[in-house]
Design a protein around this ligand. Structure first.
Ligand SMILES: [Zn+2]
Length: 261
């Protein structure tokens, strides 16, 4: 055997060993991080900043703290256009992102690497396809975007406005719901949601007042992201007005936020 071939064999064996061992090491690392809790100052910050945290039962609060610490240890936060991402900004984003995986075992957005934070809404290039197939270049102004499996982009102005107004607006929940939907095919799993989307479209066409933001009628992906915001921000109202949507999301997220105090 030539030295070159032996080297290739050793390298291949090392790669295979890494593939086999890495999940085990990650699970052990995560278990260590999850066992920790936030310090009191950070917990107080979360209580003020993320009201849903206060409503959930104590065991879920502890689990959310652990998942948040894993998220903070694993993901990189990148400030864009000169913004500095402070530890509290990271905490606010991480905790709301982890809210969505609180009921799902061992899932902490495995493929995600980084969260890009802009000071305010940002412009991305895009294309508009009309019904004749004509493509027009157009820029879009966004509060957030689930860019691909490894990146999420957020406007800090919109993160600050999330989870505290009278409506269900929450850009962190919205974008991370897109991410999960894309990864797990959540909308497709819950067949009842297709019928509910059609009902919403009919209500929007009739100019009826709806609990759900009419933007949810845009397409399946927006329907899932917008209803996810309402599921966590106004769970009681969603359960009363749209019990089938509530039950479908409770099944997907494996959580029952309407039962939280
Ligand atoms: Zn969206």
């Amino acid at each position: 055997m030539s030295a070159g071939f032996a080297l290739v064999l050793v390298a291949a064996a090392a790669v295979v060993a890494w593939i086999l061992v890495e999940p085990f090491l990650r699970a052990r690392r995560r278990a260590r991080q999850r066992a920790r809790t936030l310090d009191e100052a950070d917990r107080m910050f979360l209580r003020r900043r993320v009201p849903v945290f206060v409503r959930m039962p104590k065991p879920l609060q502890e689990r959310l703290e652990g998942l948040t610490l894993v998220f903070l240890a694993e993901k990189e936060f990148i400030g864009c256009q000169g913004i500095t991402v402070t530890p509290h900004m990271k905490l606010a984003i991480a905790a709301q992102a982890c809210l969505l995986v609180l009921g799902r075992d061992e899932h902490v957005y495995d493929a995600m690497r980084s969260i890009l934070v802009y000071p305010g809404q940002f412009v991305v290039p895009g294309e508009w396809h009309d019904e004749h197939g004509v493509v027009t270049e157009e820029e879009r102004v966004l509060a957030g975007e689930a860019w691909d499996v490894s990146r999420i982009i957020l406007s800090w102005e919109d993160v600050k406005a999330s989870g505290r107004g009278p409506d269900a607006y929450n850009v962190v929940i919205h974008e991370f719901a897109h991410y999960l939907d894309h990864e797990a095919g959540a909308f497709q799993q819950a067949s009842v949601l297709a019928g509910e989307l059609e009902s919403l479209r009919a209500a929007v066409d009739q100019d009826e007042d709806t609990l759900l933001d009419p933007y949810a009628a845009e397409d399946e992906a927006e329907f899932f992201a917008v209803t996810s915001e309402v599921f966590f921000e106004q769970p009681g109202q969603l359960q009363r007005c749209h019990p089938r949507i509530y039950d479908a999301l409770a099944g997907f997220y494996r959580l029952d936020p309407a039962a939280w105090s």
